[in-house]
Design a protein around this ligand. Structure first.
Ligand SMILES: [Zn+2]
Length: 412
């Protein structure tokens, strides 16, 4: 789901990154969107100007292109398009441009043939494999990852399952990514319903398990998609730590019986009370979970689907995969609700925030335990909560004010 865009009207294209796409092909998109082409190549500039008119091309010398989009070039393209931050999307094939673009609340679309796990932890709003896929997605109005789209209030049901290459001991495994998870230190944390749904659903509290049905439906859709190209034999989830409730129990049971595949959970166990992983480094995490999981039987040649909710370093999944492989698994495919997103420097510290109009305290996004709907609350005894719709309106106003007013004076 685009982080802040509701209606996409304009595209800002990192033109040089599409050197292998014929320049005239963008005409397929200029019918439906206002477009600006950014280039640091003088010949490209002339060609794009011929095809799409001078007022739609932004030339940036190489040294400025390195930092693009910057606040200055962002303000410039908004002017050129006569649109707001929340109405445009950046499109690129390049990771540096992608990283810069992610510091704005505009949409970001990344065109790439493959996504590694590293790259998936700084993920764009929309990811697609080439120009044809890009044109099709934009025409269809696809807004992002399957999980994020399905959970988003009043959204449609169509979203992307992104195949991520997950490397374990030199071998590559397929990880199906259904969305992004923005943790507490990320500016998107309080602005992202999907992340709130995932964390409230697994934390002990009123909303515990409220999203189980929805998440089950996401896993089902993914398995149905996988079945087109894979013969799946077995399914399991990351085993719960000793003495902990297995919150995937019902989900795995239903997925197994639905697909008539073997449920491995009864024989796949966690035997070590490894430390809670939050504060530790990648190395520590790997050694913490080493030998923590044991499968009690052989599964020679089987294709196993392994399910988890949030992945951060991937150490737990790696340990599970190693054990499944050690017991003979032919192929292991992971399905994860969200990959934890690193770094969030929206104007360094200027991320939009919601304050209670009664007491002035910061508000938090919550999940209604009856129907799973989202709202914001400050927990003050006499304060009123704010509906998601109203909160979103206020957040969008903040985002637009900051960029449209403050940044317009920047000189390119
Ligand atoms: Zn309050």
């Amino acid at each position: 789901m685009y982080r802040c865009v509701t209606q996409l009207k304009g595209l800002v294209i990192d033109a040089d990154s599409f050197y292998n796409v014929s320049k005239s092909r963008w005409k397929e998109l200029t019918e439906n969107f206002k477009c600006v082409f950014i280039t640091s190549d003088k010949e490209n500039k002339i060609e794009y100007e011929k095809l799409y008119s001078e007022k739609n091309v932004l030339y940036l010398p190489g040294y400025l292109k390195l930092f693009a989009p910057s606040s200055a070039s962002h303000a410039k393209v908004l002017d050129m398009l006569a649109l707001r931050t929340t109405e445009i999307a950046y499109i690129t094939k390049e990771t540096r441009f992608l990283d810069n673009a992610l510091s704005f609340m505009s949409g970001v679309v990344w065109v790439t043939e493959e996504v590694t796990y590293q790259e998936a932890s700084r993920a764009a709003d929309l990811i697609c494999s080439g120009f044809d896929a890009l044109a099709a997605l934009l025409k269809k109005g696809t807004k992002g990852f399957l999980g994020e789209v399905v959970v988003y209030p009043d959204s449609d049901r169509e979203g992307l399952i992104i195949p991520v290459k997950f490397n374990v001991d030199g071998e590559t495994y397929l990880m199906c990514m259904l969305g992004r998870y923005f943790g507490y230190s990320h500016y998107m944390n309080q602005l992202h319903p999907y992340s709130t749904a995932i964390i409230r659903n697994k934390s002990k509290g009123k909303a515990y398990g409220v999203y189980n049905r929805v998440f089950l439906s996401l896993y089902k859709t993914t398995i149905n998609t996988l079945k087109r190209n894979h013969k799946i034999d077995m399914i399991c989830s990351v085993p719960a730590r000793p003495g902990q409730e297995d919150r995937f129990k019902k989900i795995i049971e239903e997925l197994a019986s639905d697909n008539e595949i073997e449920n491995l959970n009864a024989s796949f166990n966690c035997i070590s009370n490894y430390p809670i992983q939050k504060a530790s480094s990648q190395m520590e995490r790997e050694s913490n979970v080493k030998d923590a999981f044991v499968l009690s039987n052989r599964i020679d040649g089987a294709t196993v689907v392994l399910i988890d909710d949030i992945v951060t370093t991937g150490s737990t999944l790696k340990a599970c995969i190693r054990e499944l492989k050690a017991k003979g698994a032919g192929e292991v495919i992971c399905i994860v609700l969200g990959i934890n997103q690193l770094g969030g420097t929206y104007w360094s510290s200027d991320a939009p925030e919601l304050y209670c109009q009664d007491c002035g305290n910061k508000m938090k996004m919550m999940v209604n335990s009856n129907d799973g709907s989202f709202f914001y609350s400050c927990f003050g005894p006499n304060c009123r909560g704010v509906s998601f719709r109203e909160a979103k309106r206020r957040i969008q106003t903040q985002v637009e004010c900051r960029i449209d007013v403050t940044e317009k004076d920047y000189i390119l």
